[in-house]
Design a protein around this ligand. Structure first.
Ligand code: GLU
Length: 481
């Protein structure tokens, strides 16, 4: 590429990092890295009322957690392009708005919301399908302006769209896209009456001044693009190359809605549940992008090499949480001992007092579940059933627990365990052998009462492992009660 590639991820801090946002960020990042370019993190915080406390910080941290590291951001500004928060750039927007006014491409509008609403309704009543601003303020006289000012009205600034103009661009994902300037909803606002720019204006100014070469974003912005291109033309600037990624849908084919609480959609939720960032990246990579080979497992480095925007899909991508969990389980299986222990410790800590175990024992315990869990939190319940057992209540289990042979089995096992110096699968097996020899009880009648007494459950991991996890003292204690 001729110009150095510069892309951006530009979240509004109105919430936390969402699957869709993470995908935009990832594809931009991969695109930048493939072409030795840069990705910037820009904060589009002009929707002041909807901004949430900590939104920017958590978006930024979650990106980094995923391994999507911006080259520039409010935290690592390049003086040439800073500041990176739109609310810190208001002077810049005002300057260009003024330039558009001076050149006749924009004008002040004093209409109030009530007036606009009323006239819109009139238009609709008159059979107009898509109501638009009627340009009442396009050619105000000096007297009219003075009158409005006297009334204390604060004007907004509107773009003066050309009529019947074809606006066309080559979309990286969907090819040639054509709009008519007549279908953009009329002369839209670029600076609101409170002096804050609208998204469509600020984004153009910033993308241009920050030397953005490519804009990869969600399909929901497709209809904004002709408005932005109109502004680029009025300012005499070259527009970047646009690419609009398809929407993400749920299993029913409906667009993923942030309000749908049946699906976890925020990166922080997955982090807390014990998903690995590498696995999420791998899954999201395939959410709307198809590799040339049928390879399914990609590291970030491989993705950087192989990512090709021409293979972004043109049909909606289905988010399947189960598939992502499966991907995660594959990554968990591949962790080496040290990484697995580090990853799983916070979840072990929800059940075990970590001070009571050394790392070797913790790893042994955690390894019993390594092939079973889809994510870290899934170790908690089964482990907890061992540490904090339930009472046996079902008839069937009670009669299994209270066999005539149970007291002698328990007391003999206690003796055997007392004689053991170390608890290993082998030593525990030998202990059970001895109990069998001494009492004549074997098989289910031997093992099941012990299992029920120790855990309250008739199923679970191997009994020797349960004894290993609990340790000799706890086992003896539980069997004695
Ligand atoms: N702030 C916009 C959003 O969060 C960014 C859109 C864009 O990439 O232009 O949707």
């Amino acid at each position: 590429m001729e110009n150095k590639v510069r892309v951006r991820y530009a979240p509004s801090p109105t919430g936390f990092l969402h699957i869709g946002g993470a995908r935009s960020a990832l594809f931009n990042y991969l695109f930048a890295k493939k072409y030795n370019g840069q990705i910037i993190f820009r904060v589009e915080d002009t929707d002041v009322e909807r901004n949430v406390e900590g939104g920017e910080e958590s978006q930024y941290n979650d990106l980094r957690w995923l391994g999507i590291i911006p080259d520039e951001s409010p935290m690592e500004p390049n003086p040439k392009y800073a500041p990176y928060r739109q609310m810190e750039r208001l002077d810049i927007y005002h300057k260009y708005a003024q330039q558009l006014i001076d050149s006749g491409y924009a004008y002040y509008c004093y209409c109030t919301n009530e007036e606009l609403e009323q006239r819109k309704e009139e238009q609709l009543n008159n059979g107009v399908k898509a109501a638009k601003y009627d340009r009442r303020c396009l050619n105000l006289t000096k007297e009219q302006i003075e009158q409005y000012e006297k009334e204390g009205r604060k004007p907004c600034i509107r773009i003066r769209l050309k009529d019947h103009e074809k606006i066309e661009f080559d979309d990286l994902v969907r090819g040639k896209v054509t709009f008519s300037s007549d279908d953009l909803g009329g002369d839209f606002v670029i600076i609101k009456s409170n002096g804050i720019p609208t998204y469509n204006f600020a984004v153009v100014i910033d993308d241009h001044l920050m030397d953005i070469t490519h804009v990869l974003r969600g399909e929901e912005h497709l209809s904004n693009t002709p408005k932005q291109i109109a502004i680029y033309e009025m300012l005499g600037w070259q527009a970047p190359i646009f690419g609009h990624m398809t929407i993400i849908v749920n299993k029913d084919g409906k667009k993923l809605s942030k309000r749908d609480h049946n699906i976890l959609q925020f990166m922080s939720q997955y982090r807390e549940l014990g998903y690995l960032p590498e696995a999420i990246v791998n899954y999201i990579l395939l959410l709307g992008w198809t590799p040339e080979s049928n390879k399914e497992i990609f590291s970030m480095d491989e993705a950087k090499l192989e990512f090709n925007p021409a293979r972004l899909s043109t049909s909606p991508s289905m988010f399947d949480q189960q598939k992502m969990t499966w991907t995660n389980s594959q990554y968990i299986k591949k962790l080496d001992d040290e990484s697995y222990l580090k990853f799983i410790k916070p979840f072990l800590a929800k059940v075990l007092d970590l001070n009571k175990y050394d790392d070797v024992t913790l790893l042994e315990i955690a390894s019993l579940y390594k092939d079973e869990i889809g994510y870290g939190q899934e170790i908690v319940e089964p482990l907890n059933s061992i540490i904090n057992p339930k009472e046996v209540t079902s008839e069937e289990e009670l009669s299994m627990l209270n066999l005539d042979s149970t007291p002698i089995v328990f007391s003999t096992l206690i003796e055997e365990l007392n004689n053991l110096d170390v608890i290993t699968p082998e030593s525990v097996k030998t202990a059970f052998k001895n109990v069998q020899l001494k009492t004549g009880v074997k098989g289910k009648n031997l093992y099941m009462p012990v299992r029920l007494k120790l855990t309250g459950l008739s199923h679970g991991i191997e009994l020797v492992n349960i004894i290993k996890i609990l340790g000799k003292d706890v086992v003896i204690d539980r069997l004695s009660k």
